[in-house]
Design a protein around this ligand. Sequence first.
Ligand code: ATP
Ligand code: MG
Length: 378
Amino acid sequence: MKPYCPPSEPHPVRDKFAAARRELSSALIEREDEVDLALTALIANEHVLLVGPPGCGKSLLLDSLLAWTGGAKFSILLTKFTAVEEVMGPVSLVGLKEDRYVRVTAGKLPEADYAFVDEVFKGSSAILNCLLKILNERVYDAGDGAARAVPLKLCLGASNEWPSPDTGKELSALFDRFTLRKTVSPIRSRTGRARLLWTPDHTPRLSSTITPAEVEQARRSAAALPWSEDAKQALEAVLAELAREGVRPGDRRQFKTVGVVRAFAFLNGADAVRPEHLEVAQHCLWDCPEEHPQKVAQAIARVANPAGMRIAQLLLEVESVLAATDVRNLAAAAKAAAKLGEVDKQLAGLDGHTRMETARRYVREQLRTLKLASIEAI
Ligand SMILES: Nc1ncnc2c1ncn2[C@@H]1O[C@H](COP(=O)(O)OP(=O)(O)OP(=O)(O)O)[C@@H](O)[C@H]1O
Ligand SMILES: [Mg+2]
């Protein structure tokens, strides 16, 4: 079975997503998964959280995504000193004179279609509570007890660390509101590092913008995608396997995953959800960041065997072979070259996957560099 189906009908909005995916992924180094995650979240109307060390490109990606979207935006870096007013807007003085408690929300989170909250767990307890309500119920309370609907479609969260398990109630509740969550690792490959060092500017330049109406169109098209029987069985098998290993994502999380996988299938131009689209569920179906992400990724790789995950695994193997090889040792260099050749063949077998060609180009480039270096060393 081919990993990705060709789109059956033209869909200009899906084409826009495909172009943004290409442009973001080619500007940002080794951030293909994070780009996919953010675009999937946008289509699925779910919130996404990226956790990683300082300077690994989280803001660059999330800012670029926000620059692509039209509509009202709100961005903030939270600290424990950030006041509620900075997020929710100041209390209206005119209102107070009339004995009414209302906030002036213009330009603040209650009026945003899209939000980027950096250091999202650093806010005070009052801010975490406001965020929780807005992210979860998509309503806010101006202080007069009346719940007002907010237009928020997507909150992009970033943090340098995962909240610890013994964290407070508000924090763990807020953490749970991010349906998609991923660790961002520093750049791994030598070629990636060279690109980072010697490219003067890494800012993605997107050739289009997308309106909230177009995002809504994408959301509806994605929500209409049927799940194939194979994919349904694969998800049930993954959940059963996880339960055996003691990983039991909550019912809400499981249900939301169904929509997220649909959005990922849409992003990939598929006309139905297939088992390989479960790849994205590795970022949804867990609660404990210490051990569960690996367990979930392994269970999905075993049951659904998605090509994208195999590509990532093969590239990691290439990195560890290269790191362990001394090019001055001819026998070791020949062994490494044979291994890279084998990986290239396995990648060729994943025909049809969007990332296969880029991965093969990378492996062949490494193979050439390896051969040249060992010739020079003689
Ligand atoms: N993967 C990457 N691809 C391209 N550029 C990168 C990448 N990682 C880091 N950079 C470069 O480093 C700069 C800093 O990245 P950025 O501010 O996005 O990091 P961050 O993860 O948000 O850090 P912090 O946690 O401190 O907020 C970027 O503007 C970019 O020039
Ligand atoms: Mg940042």
